[in-house]
Design a protein around this ligand. Structure first.
Ligand code: NOJ
Length: 536
C-alpha cells in the first residue's frame, strides 16, 4: 500500500514550515516582519531539513484580521514589500531547494476589496451577487441566527440598500458568494496568477466554509456547546453549523479548484478543515476525482494528550487514509492555536515533536516551535487580535500569544527588529536563552533535537515512506509504533508519563535517537517523558 520514498511527491515526503510573516524577520525597522526579512532567513529554514515554506497572507490588506482580510489578491501589501521582493524570495527559496506555498483566502474578502465596494453600490451593481445578501427577517432584524466565529451575528446591515451581508468572521470580512460562477472564475485566476509566478502550493483558508445552504434556515442549538471549543470561540460553538459548513456544493467547488491546480505541474493545496475524521477525509476526494492534496488533520491539537487517545486516533486515521487512498498529515501548531510546548507542557515537548516527525504523513511545523517557543502572555491592553478583542469573556480566544516575534538571538529585540523599535507584539521573556543563536551552540537544545529528527527522516526511508503499525505495551502511558519499509523497521517509543517503563523486546535494536540526548542501550527502561527511536 505504501509508496516508496523515491516515488513520493515533495508534499508527501517533505515537512511544511509555516511562517507568520509579521513575526519572522523585520528588515526595515518598522517592527513588523516582511518579505526581505524572510528571504534573509531562508538559509536557516533550509538548514532545518524542511521542504516547503508556507507564508500566512502577504496580500494587500487593511489588516483587520492581519492579512486574512484581502483587499487585492494579486498584490503584496506594502508592509511586507513588493511583487519584486516576492519574486526574489521565490527565486532564493528555489535555489535552496525549498518550495513556496501561499495562503489562499477564498471564503471572504476585505470590505476594502474593489469587488465589495462595487457590491455596495446597490442592487444593480454587477458585483452585487458576488457576496451573500439577505433581506431583513419579516418584521425586521437579522435574516437568521447564524453567528460569526469571532462572536456576534454573521450578518451586518448595509443601511444604504437595507439588506444584510454575510460574514463568517469580522464584519469587515464579507463572505464571497461561491455559487456565482463569475466569483469562482475570478478566484481561480488568482491561483493561476501565483502559480505562473512560481508558487508551488497553497494553504486554503477555511475551505470547508465556502458554500452555505440556500434556504438560510436557523441553525439548531448545540447540546454540547462549550465542550469542543477551538480557539475559545464560545459563542460560535452554541450552534450546530449544519447550514454554514461542509455543504455538498463546497465539495463541487473544490473539485473545480483542483482542476485549476492540476493545470500546472507538481503543485498542491492543503485545506484548512476543522471536522471530525468521517467528514474530513472526503475532502481528499478519490483517486479518480481528487480534491485537496492534504486535508489538514488537526487532531493532535484537538485530542487530549494521552497515549491511549492518540494511539486510537492514529490507528483509525492511518487505516482510513489507506482506505480512501489519501496521504496522511499531522499538525501540532499554527497561528490560531496556542503553542504546543505550552499546551502539552515542557516535559512532554520532545515527545510531541518526535510524534509529529515520525508518524506516517506530512508534518506541518509552525515557526518557532523548533526552538521551543511558548505562549507569550499578552495583557488585554496590549491585545491586537480581533478574535480576542471581540470576545473579552473568552480568555482563550486571543491568538496573540502564539504569534509573537521569532527569537533569533540574545541581542536587542531578539534580532527580530532594530534596537529601540517596538515590535508589533511583545517578545517572549525567555528570548535571551530560547533563541536560534544560543540553541545552535548547545548540542542538547530543542533546535538541535529538531534537526536530529529531520536528519533521521532524511537518512531512514522507513520513517518517511514506511507503513505504520501501533504496538501493544503493558503500559497505558506509553505509545509505541513501528514504521517499516522493505525489510527496514524502526520503532518509536513515547513515554507520556513520569515513570520508568520497561518495554522488553520492543526496545530491542540500535537506538538512533533519544530525547534525553544520549543513545541508551535497549535494556535501559524508557525514562519519564522520553521519546526514543530504535532501528529494530
Ligand atoms: C482561518 C485563519 O487561520 C484565521 O487566522 C483567520 O482569522 C480566519 N480563517 C479568517 O480568515
Amino acid at each position: 500500500m505504501t509508496q516508496l520514498s523515491g516515488k513520493l511527491k515533495w508534499w508527501q515526503s517533505g515537512i511544511i514550515y509555516q511562517i507568520y510573516p509579521r513575526s519572522y524577520q523585520d528588515s526595515n525597522g518598522d517592527g513588523v516582519g516582511d518579505l526581505r526579512g524572510i528571504t534573509s532567513r531562508l538559509p536557516y529554514i533550509a538548514s532545518l531539513g524542511v521542504q516547503a515554506v508556507w507564508l500566512s497572507p502577504i496580500f494587500k490588506s487593511p489588516m483587520d484580521d492581519f492579512g486574512y482580510d484581502v483587499a487585492d489578491y494579486c498584490d503584496i501589501d506594502p508592509l511586507f514589500g513588493t511583487l519584486e521582493d516576492f519574486d526574489a524570495l521565490v527565486a532564493e527559496a528555489h535555489r535552496l531547494g525549498l518550495k513556496v506555498m501561499l495562503d489562499y483566502v477564498p471564503n471572504h474578502t476585505s470590505n476594502q476589496h474593489d469587488w465589495f465596494k462595487d457590491a455596495l453600490e446597490g442592487h444593480d451593481s454587477p458585483k452585487r451577487d458576488w457576496y451573500v445578501w439577505r433581506d431583513p427577517a419579516e418584521g425586521g432584524g437579522l435574516p437568521n441566527n447564524w453567528k460569526s466565529f469571532f462572536g456576534g451575528p454573521a450578518w451586518t446591515l448595509d443601511e444604504y440598500s437595507g439588506q444584510y451581508y454575510l460574514h463568517q468572521f469580522l464584519p469587515s470580512q464579507p463572505d464571497l458568494n461561491w455559487r456565482n460562477p463569475e466569483v469562482r472564475a475570478a478566484m481561480f485566476e488568482v491561483l493561476r496568477f501565483w502559480m505562473r509566478r512560481g508558487v508551488d502550493g497553497f494553504r486554503v483558508d477555511v475551505i470547508w466554509l465556502l458554500a452555505e445552504d440556500e434556504r438560510f434556515l436557523d441553525e439548531p442549538e448545540n447540546p454540547d456547546a462549550n465542550r469542543q471549543v477551538v480557539g475559545g470561540q464560545i459563542e460560535h460553538s452554541t450552534l450546530l453549523h449544519i447550514y454554514t459548513q461542509d455543504q455538498p456544493e463546497t465539495h463541487e467547488y473544490i473539485r473545480e479548484m483542483r482542476g485549476v491546480i492540476d493545470e500546472f505541474d507538481d503543485r498542491m493545496m492543503v485545506g484548512e478543515i476543522y471536522l471530525p475524521l468521517d467528514k474530513l477525509l472526503p475532502y481528499a476526494g478519490t483517486p479518480d476525482v481528487p480534491m485537496v492534496h492534504l486535508p489538514f488533520n488537526f487532531h493532535l491539537i484537538l485530542l487530549g494528550w494521552e497515549a491511549a487517545t492518540i494511539r486510537e486516533f492514529a490507528d483509525q486515521y492511518d487505516a482510513e487514509c489507506i482506505k480512501a487512498g489519501a496521504w496522511p498529515n499531522w499538525v501540532l501548531g499554527n497561528h490560531d492555536q496556542h503553542r504546543f510546548k505550552s499546551r502539552v507542557g515542557a516535559p512532554q515537548y520532545r515527545v510531541a515533536q518526535t510524534l509529529l516527525l515520525t508518524l506516517r504523513g506530512t508534518p506541518t511545523v509552525y515557526y518557532g516551535d523548533e526552538i521551543g517557543m511558548r505562549n507569550v502572555p499578552i495583557p488585554f491592553e496590549k491585545m491586537v487580535d480581533p478574535a480576542g478583542l471581540q470576545q473579552p469573556d473568552s480568555p482563550n480566544a486571543g491568538r496573540d500569544p502564539e504569534r509573537t516575534p521569532m527569537q533569533w538571538n540574545a541581542g536587542p529585540n531578539a534580532g527580530f527588529t532594530t534596537e529601540g523599535v517596538n515590535p508589533w507584539l511583545p517578545l517572549a521573556a525567555d528570548a535571551d536563552t530560547v533563541n536560534v543563536h544560543s540553541e545552535e551552540a548547545d548540542p542538547q537544545s530543542d533546535l538541535n533535537y529538531f534537526r536530529a529528527l529531520t536528519r533521521l527522516r532524511a537518512q531512514v526511508p522507513a520513517l518517511v515512506a514506511g507503513d505504520y503499525r501501533s504496538l501493544d505495551t503493558a503500559h497505558d502511558d506509553v505509545f509505541a509504533f513501528s514504521r517499516s519499509l522493505q525489510g527496514q523497521k524502526v520503532t518509536v517509543l513515547l513515554n507520556f508519563g513520569t515513570f520508568d517503563r520497561d518495554l522488553g523486546s520492543l526496545a530491542a535494536g540500535q537506538t538512533l535517537l533519544s530525547s534525553e540526548g544520549d543513545l541508551p542501550v535497549p535494556e535501559l527502561p524508557l525514562r519519564p517523558n522520553e521519546a526514543r527511536v530504535v532501528l529494530a
